[in-house]
Design a protein around this ligand. Structure first.
Ligand code: ZN
Length: 391
């Protein structure tokens, strides 16, 4: 945190800045971050503390930040996923740089150049920009509530099915692949799996390992130029549940909680496909009326975003190239139990019901989630449901 002293000069930031935090993150790190930056004596920094108890990356929150950011030369995001994504979005729109001061090891977006936004009730990943500096203080991160570390681990166990979907799409459609970036990221997650027992103790060292792997994941997405290395079918299920939570006004669990649960489910689906228990087939397209019923006002946006990659030709190519992608996936995909052990070690949710999602709600995510973005995943070429899901 002390390194924020003089940071604007070192980063070439001059003029007027705006520091954005919420009530919790202001207390956790914002006040100190502000003091260190002001100590530099060069920059003028204004403060915006959002009053919402748990802000989400929605239009009203963006409007609030935009209204205060008019004419600023740089921004400072002090917070977790929402504040970082919103500041990134606003700073990208204004073409001004921003600094990230993470307050929790809860998600992998601190270093990435995309923002996960909830606009019009639709969860969407938009291209934005990377921070010019990330000041992750271990003392701040390790005093964050334990459930935020659990969410970070949830966002990290997703990297296996994200990589599996990337391998599948590379083989089936020729989509750009970067095996080095993928291998590096999976190595980081494998290291965490090897220290599952230690993770539960939440020592400074384990908090550091989780945070480093989260930062590495964001960088992987930045290097590749899309969220492919970090987000696959499991994120589609998570996005579906996040949208449903917003729609129904239920208490909104953390992004990483949804992602961890979805990763266990999708790892199980992958193993079912690899074992030949789930055939490759064109999934039945849900009727427009179902989209309208489930997504309400966000349905139009979902219907417009419908993927073009699903179809008989894609499934045929997936069947023809099966030995190649199946061998690629088998080389690194753990058993679902191994993900469960890691999630259990940090007391993260594991089953849909741990988040108040029924098996019908889980099946609905498997059916509708693939339509939330134009990205080939295993759910584009098979019809999965939760029958037989052991967790
Ligand atoms: Zn994520």
């Amino acid at each position: 945190m002390q390194r924020l002293r003089g940071a604007p000069q070192r980063l070439g930031l001059t003029g007027r800045g705006l520091l954005v935090a919420d009530l919790n993150t202001w207390a956790a790190a914002g006040r100190r971050a502000f003091a260190y930056i002001m100590d530099s004596g060069v920059a003028t920094v204004e403060i915006l503390v959002l009053r919402e108890a748990r802000p989400l990356p929605t239009e009203p929150v963006v409007d609030q930040v935009q209204a205060h950011a008019d004419g600023v030369d740089f921004l400072i995001a002090v917070g977790g996923g929402t504040i970082t994504d919103v500041v990134k979005y606003v700073s990208s729109g204004l073409s001004v740089p921003f600094i990230a001061v993470p307050t929790a090891p809860s998600m992998d977006g601190y270093t990435s150049s995309v923002s996960s936004m909830l606009f019009g009730g639709l969860k969407q990943t938009l291209p934005t920009c990377c921070p010019v500096g990330v000041y992750a203080d271990l003392d701040v991160l390790s005093t964050a509530p334990p459930r935020l570390l659990a969410a970070g681990v949830g966002d990290l166990v997703a990297k296996y099915t994200a990589r599996a979907d990337w391998v599948l799409s590379h083989v089936v459609t020729g989509e750009y692949d970067c095996p080095q970036t993928a291998a590096q990221l999976l190595q980081g997650v494998n290291r965490l799996r090897a220290q599952a027992d230690e993770l539960g103790k939440r020592t400074l060292e384990t908090v550091r390992s989780v945070m480093e792997t989260l930062l590495q994941a964001g960088l992987a997405a930045h290097w590749v130029g899309s969220s492919r290395p970090t987000s696959g079918s499991e994120h589609l299920l998570a996005h579906h549940w996040e949208m449903r939570a917003l729609q129904t006004g239920m208490d909104h669990p953390l992004h990483g909680d949804y992602v961890g649960v979805a990763s266990v489910l999708m790892t199980w689906v992958y193993h079912a496909v690899l074992a030949g228990c789930l055939p490759l087939t064109v999934p039945d397209k849900p009727a427009d009326s179902e989209f309208r019923q489930v997504y309400g006002t966000a349905a139009d946006a979902v219907l417009r975003a419908r993927p073009r990659v699903c179809g008989a030709g894609t499934v045929e190519r997936a069947a023809m190239t099966r030995p190649e992608w199946a061998a690629g996936v088998q080389a690194f995909l753990p058993d679902p139990d191994e993900l469960v052990s890691l999630l259990e070690a940090v007391q993260a949710p594991i089953r849909p019901r741990d988040l108040g999602i029924s098996s019908l709600g889980a099946a609905e995510a498997l059916r509708l989630g693939p339509y939330l973005r134009d990205r080939l995943t295993i759910l584009s070429v098979t019809e999965a449901d939760t029958a037989g899901f052991p967790f």
